[in-house]
Design a protein around this ligand. Structure first.
Ligand SMILES: CC(C)(COP(=O)(O)OP(=O)(O)OC[C@H]1O[C@@H](n2cnc3c(N)ncnc32)[C@H](O)[C@@H]1OP(=O)(O)O)[C@@H](O)C(=O)NCCC(=O)NCCS
Length: 234
């Protein structure tokens, strides 16, 4: 994968596979550290790594790309081209492995049982989306996170982009190659940083009622984003 040099730093985006244990552990750690407020993190690192990521990466319905600065992973993005069916099919295809991973996570720390209702609420809210929001293929950024130190101006590339924006544009290019025309994200309405980022990249916002908490549905026209931002990583 092509890398970009600027300000004495080397930037690179690469896709990871679920077979690479080190990469998977790093992404799970970043998820716990930076997305600890989300519904799945409270179920623990093993659950994040194996049930949320590895199972779905293995069958191709989830892709994960990492942003490396000077060879160190500083952020990642997880995205799918099956936004509408992703959560449902993940559970129906992998119910046994997911159940087993959940059991192990609960045995490690029984207090995690308190997090279960939130996880089920997310799955329940996604069920009601079918034929309301649209049909697949539809893109979705499921998670994005960058370590705060890599958001400093020092790590902007020559075009002024930071890791977060670069990862979103990269995912849009990948989805564009798959023939997907729209990409969305569901964002807590108090997550100002990511909403500012999406607004700066040209997204449209609408309210999303199904989540059971104040949530913004963010939409990108992929062709427009890809056209306006180009692809320095090709
Ligand atoms: C999401 C994330 C990658 C965005 O990174 P980023 O866009 O590169 O950087 P920032 O977080 O600094 O914020 C983006 C922009 O919004 C602005 N901003 C952030 N919070 C703000 C606030 N509360 N009020 C006003 N502006 C704000 C920043 O100044 C920045 O604008 P700039 O580019 O003009 O300087 C990063 O914030 C992150 O990892 N957050 C934790 C994980 C997360 O919440 N992920 C989203 C849910 S999946």
């Amino acid at each position: 994968m092509h890398s970009v040099e600027h300000n004495n730093h080397t930037h690179r985006i690469r896709e990871i596979t679920c077979a690479d244990t080190e990469d998977m552990n790093t992404v799970a750690d970043l998820h716990i550290e930076l997305l600890g407020f989300g519904p799945m993190a409270a179920l623990g690192r093993r659950f994040i790594r194996d049930a949320c990521y590895a199972n779905n990466m293995r069958d191709g319905q989830l892709r994960v790309s990492v942003y490396e600065i000077d060879g160190v992973i500083g952020g990642f993005i997880a995205y799918t081209d099956q936004s509408i069916s992703f959560h449902r099919s993940s559970l129906s295809k992998h119910w046994f492995k997911t159940g087993l991973t959940l059991l192990m996570s609960l045995l490690e720390d029984p207090r995690r049982i308190a997090a279960l209702w939130r996880a089920f609420a997310v799955l329940g809210s996604r069920r009601s989306e079918q034929e309301v929001v649209g049909v697949d293929p539809m893109g979705e950024v499921v998670c994005i996170a960058v370590q705060p130190k890599y958001l400093k101006s020092e790590y902007r590339t020559e075009s002024g982009a930071r890791a977060g924006g670069a990862l979103v544009v990269y995912a849009a290019h990948q989805l564009n190659e798959l023939g997907v025309s729209m990409m969305r994200m569901l964002v807590d309405d108090d997550n100002k940083a990511v909403l500012f980022l999406y607004r700066a990249l040209g997204a449209n916002f609408e309210s999303y009622e199904q989540a059971g908490k104040p949530t913004v549905q963010v939409w990108f026209d992929i062709q427009k984003l890809v056209h306006v931002r180009g692809n320095p990583w090709a």
